[in-house]
Design a protein around this ligand. Structure first.
Ligand SMILES: Nc1ncnc2c1ncn2[C@@H]1O[C@H](COP(=O)(O)OP(=O)(O)OP(=O)(O)O)[C@@H](O)[C@H]1O
Ligand SMILES: [Mg+2]
Length: 225
């Protein structure tokens, strides 16, 4: 589904990553962990084609990213739900209008789309905030909204960057359960988090593997978490 082969990445300074080879199989659930500034967000960007590697090859849905045009990458991205760490919304639209945007752009039947929207807003406990404008939301509410927006199109792959960073433990468990349920439906899930207790909680619910960033490498961690 997502494959990296001998991938390296550097911003203008030294190499952030080098020699990364790994494969995220269809239907797998991975966590990505590592200290602040280690490169979690950068790694996720490589996985969804927002950045191209400075060396090596990234393959998404069996397609070599380097061989694709921007338009081709945009088409691939429709099958990926990305939840950004710094979630942006259109501030002049209400929360429910923001979440409905991808649905409007698709050819889904209006009634189905409306039902999905309502279900998802209930899951992330934002039904009562449906008519709020994004600047009126708390940090945790924005984050829950970002997760809802990331999964509303039922993407094949869900990539979430610290989706529980601003929410309390109970809500983080709820968001985790949503990701686990989606994974049980066959979606491939990749979640960056520094929250080891979230990872431990997930391990009782799903066969999750943990990728750890250390010394410029991204490697599968052992079972010692
Ligand atoms: N656009 C950029 N240009 C130059 N350097 C960058 C850029 N984006 C990130 N970096 C640097 O690359 C390193 C990795 O950043 P990244 O955001 O991937 O880390 P992270 O693990 O997601 O951190 P956090 O846990 O704080 O979100 C950091 O040192 C950061 O300053
Ligand atoms: Mg980050």
């Amino acid at each position: 589904m997502i494959e990296l082969e001998n991938v390296a990445y550097s911003y203008s300074g030294g190499a952030l990553f080098s020699d990364i080879s790994l494969r995220l199989a269809p239907g797998s659930f991975h966590f990505l962990t590592g200290p602040s500034g280690a490169g979690k967000t950068t790694f996720l960007k490589l996985c969804y084609g927002a950045l191209l590697p400075t060396a090596g090859q990234v393959t998404i849905f069996d397609k070599d990213l380097a061989a694709l045009t921007r338009d081709d990458i945009a088409i691939l991205r429709r099958r990926m739900g990305v939840v950004h760490q710094d979630c942006q919304f259109l501030d002049h639209l209400t929360l429910s209008e923001n979440l409905a945007l991808p649905l409007i752009a698709s050819d889904r039947a209006a009634e189905d789309a409306q039902q999905d929207l309502e279900d998802l807003m209930a899951w992330v406990d934002l039904t009562h905030r449906a008519d709020a404008l994004p600047p009126e939301l708390s940090g945790g509410e924005r984050q829950r909204a970002a997760l809802a927006r990331g999964v509303i199109m039922s993407p094949d792959v869900i990539i979430a960057d610290e989706p529980t960073g601003n929410v309390d433990w109970e809500m983080s468990q709820r968001l985790l359960r949503l990701l686990v349920e989606l994974n049980k439906m066959g979606k491939t899930v990749l979640v960056a988090t520094h929250d080891l207790s979230l990872i431990r909680a997930a391990k009782s619910q799903v066969q999750a593997r943990v990728l750890r960033i250390a010394s410029n490498r991204v490697q599968l961690a052992g079972a010692d978490l």
